[in-house]
Ligand binder design. Structure first.
Ligand code: NAD
Length: 361
């Protein structure tokens, strides 16, 4: 029996509700494939601020480093929303990314047939969507120095700095080529090379790396044009690779193409051998937290990505993904997807149905 050690960081709001369903489904995976999963759980985000005064403790980070992978719910909520506060829930995410060396955020966006009519776009535009967006996570304008505010001549001023090194660009772009190689073989590199020096360097490095991947077709798009094309013909895209802030925006846009925030998982990965982190793309949903109605699919599908990328259990990952599709396609839908007038199912009931489907084979 293979044994895996998982850090469980539920966070706040619906993060706490959906992570339990991922654990339930993993138990079914363990039963069917003869694996055991051992969990170490800790507080992060607002819950950790309340208990310890910080969003992420050093000992939590140490605990995560000793596991095979990290499952993360979501952090934040109105209670900790004061923009002037120096201690904020999202510091947990940034701290984990930095502390675990996670430089790549991977978001698969695939149209599931039963969702085709619940997106804001026309059926024929969205039905063939099947892409992966890779976002660089640890560089760019969110981390560059200087980053500060000051007053001068009675005016407020502020500066943020967009900086990248060759190594930071190369490792994410290589991952983009590798990912495209295992799919349709089209890599779209997104930048703002008509304006930014960092983008011109990004494009130059990407062109150099392309010679190592003659089987992959490389195209470059400016971020504004890409934002437009994602709406106009999203099915064109196979793998998109881009820097931190462009990726932050484009991944949210791409996720809306596939129907619902409650359906989309993500993986954050570092260099080979490092501990990956898996989380739904949605937040803590304070408007529905505590009601037991959150859609657990994004969290369960994040656990499937964990099986695939960190534990190397491709067959198990595919079984979980198929179980989610089948349960939902059979009309068992949570409140965010159920048609008006039909009776939606709660978080736990859906988790149980998906776990049963996994166990049954
Ligand atoms: P959100 O993703 O929490 O919610 C947006 C909307 O989508 C809400 O109407 C919510 O009810 C719905 N929704 C989201 N996930 C759902 C699910 N699984 N099932 C059903 N409906 C779902 O985004 P927000 O409202 O902008 O942010 C709320 C809080 O979450 C904020 O404090 C924000 O900072 C935080 N947040 C955290 C993360 C994270 O931890 N990674 C990401 C985004 C937002």
């Amino acid at each position: 029996m293979a044994h895996y050690r998982i850090a469980l960081l539920p966070g706040d709001g619906i993060g706490v509700e959906v992570i339990g369903e991922a654990v339930r489904v993993l138990a079914a995976v363990g039963g069917r494939f003869d694996h055991s999963f051992e969990y170490s759980e800790d507080l992060v985000g607002g819950a950790s601020i309340d208990a310890h005064g910080v969003a992420l403790r050093e000992e939590t980070l140490e605990m995560c480093r000793a596991q095979d992978a990290v499952l993360f719910g979501a952090v934040g909520g109105p209670k900790w929303d004061d923009p002037a506060a120096t201690v904020r829930p999202e510091q947990a995410i940034l701290g984990l990314r930095k502390g675990l060396g996670l430089f790549a955020n991977i978001r698969p966006v695939k149209m599931l047939p039963f969702l085709v009519d619940s997106t804001p776009l026309k059926r024929e535009t969205v039905e063939a969507i099947d892409m992966v967006v890779l976002r660089e996570l640890t560089g760019g304008i969110y981390f560059g120095e200087p980053q500060r505010r000051w007053e001068e001549g009675g005016q407020r001023h502020a500066v943020d700095t967009l900086a990248y090194s060759e190594e930071e660009v190369e490792r994410i772009v290589r991952l983009g080529f590798e990912t495209a190689r295992g799919r349709r073989g089209l890599l779209t590199s997104v930048d703002k090379a008509n304006i930014l020096d960092t983008s011109r360097m990004w494009r130059e490095i990407t062109e150099e790396i392309a010679s190592d991947y003659p089987d992959v077709t490389l195209e470059h798009r400016l971020v504004d044009a890409c934002a437009m094309d994602l709406i106009r013909h999203p099915a064109w895209f196979d793998v998109i690779v881009t820097e931190n802030m462009f990726g932050d925006i484009l991944t949210d846009e791409a996720s809306m193409l596939a129907g619902s925030m409650g359906m989309l998982p993500s993986a954050s990965l570092g260099a080979a051998g490092s501990v990956g982190m898996y989380e739904p793309i949605h937040g803590t949903a304070p408007d529905i937290a505590g009601q037991g109605i959150a859609n657990p699919a994004a969290m369960i599908l994040s656990a499937a990505l964990m099986l695939r990328y960190s534990l190397n259990l491709e067959a198990e990952a595919a079984v979980v993904e198929a179980a989610v599709s089948e349960v939902f396609a059979a009309g068992n839908l949570p409140a965010d997807l159920a048609a008006a007038g039909s009776e939606p199912l709660g978080t736990e009931v859906l988790g149980e149905l998906i776990a049963e489907r996994v166990a049954r084979g």
